[in-house]
Design a protein around this ligand. Structure first.
Ligand code: NAD
Length: 360
């Protein structure tokens, strides 16, 4: 049966990097007879310009009908001054995540040995790094009610948010993480702040309860401040990390930076049935948009994750990842991962090199 893929190029470098992922998907579609049907739609600033809103109804309908979604990136300074927050590009993404119930964010941080020098940490600390951060994406303090900004008596301004999770929200993200750990090295570290926050006392309890269902996975717990420290001290001690929305937001960016280039990192946001939206970890990079120099590999690797997690096409995913490794072996580098003695290439050349490696 045909599988519907919705492609959302978005803004800035989005259309440039997605075009390269599309070349790769078109080829593996043919090589593995995947039956992928690809369709494109507008989201973010591009949708605001064309329709006045960041998530047009037809984009949302297409997202609901799709088996998986591949996104470039959204955002740019030209849309940041709108005082109406509903008409900001990011609302397009948040709308898709909320409507599709994409609560599980998977962010791998893999350091290809060819790029070990790109990290700011010593090569022996990071070389061969391969960790996965599982972040809860639709709950926690970013969504908790009540929230607000007000002026109290005496003219004193006050901002407030609510950090809340119920046990069902914790259990479903816990399952995603235990399953992921089971498919990897069977080590799961749950990160919380159970010494201070009651909501994470519950988080820890639920993770411990779940652990009985996954006796093959070794569960440990760590406070978030220690986790931040351990990530930069000895990151290879981790296999899979699971944490809430805010801690995950911060730790996954730190983990991304261990690898030296955000231009290499894919991500996935999944619902309870493994339907998902896949996107590079980086943003729309307005500073380099339109120049043909952006690194398309994070988006190409996001397409590989899509094949693996939502479409059950692990062999095609493996082949794409091997092709990416091969172009790095060939010494090809976009500007963000460039180093002495390597060959600098642009966005399209990098995409073409991956396609050539897939054909070889
Ligand atoms: P960014 O990730 O877009 O850029 C940070 C730096 O990394 C820039 O110097 C950029 O040139 C570079 N960079 C990013 N991706 C690259 C790539 N593939 N190849 C080479 N270099 C790359 O972050 P930012 O500058 O903070 O944000 C720019 C815009 O992107 C903002 O409007 C922001 O809201 C948006 N944003 C969108 C998403 C998303 O769509 N999921 C995520 C983060 C930021």
């Amino acid at each position: 049966m045909a599988k519907k893929i919705l492609i959302l190029p978005g803004d800035g470098i989005g259309p440039e990097i997605v075009a390269e992922a599309r070349k790769v998907l078109d080829l593996v579609n043919e090589q593995f007879n995947l039956g992928l049907e690809m369709q494109e739609a507008l989201v973010g600033g591009a949708a605001i310009d064309a329709t006045g809103i960041p998530l047009p109804a037809e984009t949302l309908e297409a997202a609901q009908a799709a088996d998986a979604i591949l996104l470039g990136a959204v955002g740019g300074p030209q849309w940041d001054t709108n005082p109406d927050f509903q008409i900001r590009p990011e609302k397009g993404l948040l709308g898709i995540r909320a409507n599709l119930g994409l609560f599980g964010n998977l962010r791998p941080a893999i350091l290809y040995p060819q790029l070990a020098h790109a990290s700011t940490l010593k090569p022996e600390v990071v070389s061969g790094l391969d960790i996965l951060i599982v972040r809860e994406l639709t709950g926690g303090i970013y969504f908790g009610q009540p929230r607000g900004y007000r002026t109290k008596e005496g003219g004193v301004r006050e901002g407030f948010n609510t950090y809340v999770y119920d046990e069902n929200e914790i259990r479903r993200i816990g399952r995603v993480a235990f399953e992921a750990a089971r498919a990897r090295n069977k080590k799961l570290c749950s990160v919380d702040k159970a010494n201070v926050l009651e909501v994470t006392v519950l988080w820890r309890e639920v993770m411990n309860e779940l652990s009985a269902e996954y006796p093959d996975v070794e569960l440990s717990h760590m406070y978030v401040d220690n986790a931040a420290m351990q990530l930069v001290r000895a990151p290879k001690q981790f296999d899979v990390i699971v944490t809430g929305n805010m801690f995950g937001d911060i730790l996954s960016d730190a983990a991304a930076m261990l690898t030296g280039s955000i231009g290499m990192l894919p991500s996935a946001s999944l619902d309870a049935n493994n339907k998902g939206m896949y996107e590079p970890c980086h943003g729309s990079a307005p500073d380099i948009a339109g120049q043909g120099i952006a690194n398309p590999l994070a988006t190409i690797l996001s397409a590989a994750m899509m094949l693996r997690y939502s479409l059950g096409e692990g062999a095609a995913a493996d082949k794409i990842e091997a092709a990416v490794s091969q172009v790095l072996d060939q010494g090809l580098r976009t500007g963000d991962i460039m180093s002495e003695g390597m060959q600098r290439v642009g966005t399209a050349e990098m995409g073409d090199a991956v396609v050539a490696a897939l054909r070889a």
